[in-house]
Design a protein around this ligand. Structure first.
Ligand code: TXA
Ligand code: MG
Length: 356
């Protein structure tokens, strides 16, 4: 398939959204930027489009897709009911990086919901995503625009790397603003459950709707001990290895000084090192990739997926990453790193209490 690539620097937003809407209406696929990561979109009400999305990503078809809407009045037709807590969160965080799980209506095909009787919905705030969604007026099913198992795409160049020739259209808008995927909360059940850490923090939501349970499958200790083996995870995506660079990745955990000396001891010329600006001078030059300053967790989140992909071009044969627990936004960064590492954690220092 020949993929058309349109750059927002060269083509007007009006033209781009018309083209994307035409692709969706004819059952095709278009990758587009959102504020979190690039999405791989298709008509969310069409079984055939959902099948194409799974095929283009190489994604197992029991892993459900998020529906993206441009207008809030599209929601009622897609869901059985809109709980009060959902209304409160939508008023506060939509449009924006929060995905809410509802009980689905009959309109949403099981192919889109991965066979579940619930559906994930989000309303992005990115102007390009909004223009496309509003022009098309369809709910657009859009997983992250990466090949299944690979790091999510935060730049158009990543999308082209993974999906050129597999989709009809890629919209190139350079780099996305946030860089990690949306927070996911399940409100299809009486007691709210956090299913994925993201840019919207748990504490921000709890202030508005009260206590939220964290799904055990996303707790760090469970990712470490059970990767690939969590029983019946609520978000089916949680059971697959994610975000993986080509080389095996190990997280080195412990006190900062211990981490640095452990990595210095383990890494040779062919090993990649994922670190912070402040620590670059500690390691030999060449195979280090920084996610920015220790002082700036939002930047670390923004640069994480790009950094993981950089090790592929460096041809690292293995990668050591500093434990970023102390520097995360709501667990979001570490959660993704742990998945990228398949749960592999190397303990630095002697203190056995020193856990993630
Ligand atoms: O930021 C984002 O959410 C990006 C952009 C493109 O919007 N999208 C994204 O989609 O990250 P995806 O498909 O890569 O991740 C969606 C996650 C998967 O882990 C999936 O299992 C879970 O959401 N999910 C989707 N529908 C669900 C449902 N009905 N119940 C539980 N989990 C669901
Ligand atoms: Mg994804």
């Amino acid at each position: 398939m020949k993929t058309l690539i349109l750059s927002t620097e060269k083509v007007s937003l009006g033209e781009i959204s018309k083209k994307a809407a035409a692709v969706f209406a004819s059952g095709g696929l278009a990758a587009f930027p959102t504020e979190t990561v690039y999405g791989l979109g298709g008509n969310g009400l069409s079984e055939a489009s959902a099948a194409k999305i799974y095929a283009a990503k190489g994604r197992p078809s029991d892993n459900p897709l998020i529906l993206h809407i441009g207008y809030r009045d599209q929601l009622p037709a897609l869901v059985e009911e809109i709980p009060d807590k959902a209304k409160i969160l939508m008023d506060h965080f939509w449009p924006g990086p929060l995905t809410i799980i509802f009980r689905k209506s009959a309109l949403v095909p099981f192919k889109t919901s991965g066979g579940l009787d619930t559906v994930a919905v989000r309303m992005p705030v990115h102007p390009v995503a909004q223009a496309i969604l509003r022009e098309s007026r369809l709910p657009i099913a859009a997983p992250s625009a990466n090949l299944s198992g690979r790091p999510s795409t935060t730049r158009a160049s990543h999308v082209i790397e993974d999906l050129d020739g597999r989709v009809d259209l890629i919209i190139d808008d350079g780099e996305v603003p946030i860089g990690i995927e949306s927070t996911i909360i399940d409100l299809s059940v009486p007691e709210p459950v956090l299913l994925r850490y993201g840019y919207v923090k748990l504490s921000e939501m709890e202030e508005l709707i009260g206590p939220i349970r964290v799904d055990p499958a996303i707790r760090a200790e469970n990712i470490i001990s059970h990767t690939g083996a969590v029983d019946h995870p609520k978000a089916p995506g949680m059971k697959y290895r994610h975000y993986a660079p080509k080389a095996p990745l190990y997280i080195v955990s412990g006190e900062e000084e211990d981490i640095l000396s452990k990595i210095r001891c383990l890494a040779d010329k062919t090993a990649g090192i994922l670190t912070f600006d402040e620590h670059l001078k500690v390691f030999p030059e060449g195979m280090c990739v920084s996610v920015g300053s220790i002082e700036n967790p939002e930047e670390a989140a923004h640069r994480l997926f790009d950094a993981l992909r950089q090790f592929d071009s460096l041809d690292a044969d293995r990668i050591y990453a500093e434990d970023m627990t102390r520097h995360d936004i709501g667990g979001a960064i570490m959660n993704r790193l742990l998945k990228a590492a398949g749960g592999n954690v190397i303990q630095a220092g002697d203190d056995p209490e020193n856990k993630l």
